[in-house]
Write a protein that binds this ligand. Sequence first.
Ligand SMILES: Cc1ncc(COP(=O)(O)O)c(C=O)c1O
Length: 432
Amino acid sequence: MIGAPWPTTSDRDADGRLTIAGIPVTELVDHYESPLWIVDEDDFRNRCRDYQEAFASAWVAYASKAWPTAGLMKIAAEEGLWIDVASAGELYTAQLAGVPGDRIVFHGNNKSVPELEMAARHGVARVVVDSFEELDRLEEVGRRVEHVFKVWLRITPGIDAHTHEYVRTGHDDSKFGFTMSLGLAAEAVRKALTLEKVEVAGLHAHIGSQIFGTDAFEANAEVLVELMAAIRDEHGVTIGELNVGGGMGIPYNHEDRPVSIAQYGQAVHAALVEACADHGLPEPQLAIEPGRALIAPATITVYEVGTVKHLPGLRTYVSVDGGMSDNIRPALYGAEHEIILANRHGSDNLAAVTVVGKHCESGDLVRERASLPDDIRSGDLVAVAATGAYTASMASNYNRLPRPAAVLVEDGTSRLLMRRETLEDLTARDVL
Ligand SMILES: Cc1ncc(COP(=O)(O)O)c(C=O)c1O
């Protein structure tokens, strides 16, 4: 076994080929072509189970925005998880995957009336309300279609999680939720409690993504319990459910050291129990919604090397057959995914190279500072670790590249999760 940040069944065979679930990636590429997303099914299923075990008795939802494809939603639901959706498209996909409404949570900072109507029709379990306008929309839709929405009010708790600026969401100056420090959370509760078609089932706060420590999660639980106490004091209402969001960090390379799933679980639970005891409140039903931590580490991307360009005294560029269209994270966040040679034992001498994609952008990076065998050449395969979250879900057709296929591998067998796009798919919406 190779170990983190690679999927749990990753290994090397005698010829030096990377294998996942016992299958050499060379065979998968021969069959499904390159580039290819490969999902280690056991790894994904085990992560779903580990989260449920670590957060015992909590409702665990798969935040499908990480990779909202029907096959993964179906597996997560089979493992007993709820599914978090954030648009009509994600909700439609969950329906396609056979996920019942009573296991779905609907998010979004600007849900439309048709989206709320769809949520009512599908009987989604909880709508996470993000704004005063949304409360009005829910009341209006609820009256029209005769539906009572059970909601969680999304609170902006004023917690600055130490993560990339683009994936921080809990600080005061955020587009998401009702800001506590400005009194908006209290005002939202006041308003929601007057509505007929809105039932306040709980509170929600998500503080960001790719967070490594437990402090911000503990602080988040404490702030939410404080608000529960304030609601009890002002309205005599005991809030029964708390969703502390997702955002647990994962290793993308050997330097990254997030805490374990069990540590996250213990820390959040202990913080919740203590805060409830301090405020004389019963422990609420806890809910969490990780996305990245479930699917990213279980997935790799395999690319074929096309060109190797040596610029003496400057650098070596290794170009692969995908890039920012299938993984925008290096360009968007400066993400550093580990990358290895995947089809053979390479030379023992490693060279510092920059791995780039095939797009018409200098910022089209796969890994800026990669260390690969110095005999890397055209026709080699490279594998990129931890590519299951915010890659396929953010993929584009820039330069009209068809999006890659994705396969699930398990115990020596493989099956399609998403087929490769065709040139016809690319032009299907074009009107001459
Ligand atoms: C509201 C909400 N919940 C859950 C998540 C999942 O976060 P992650 O994939 O980091 O676990 C996100 C992602 O940004 C989110 O916005």
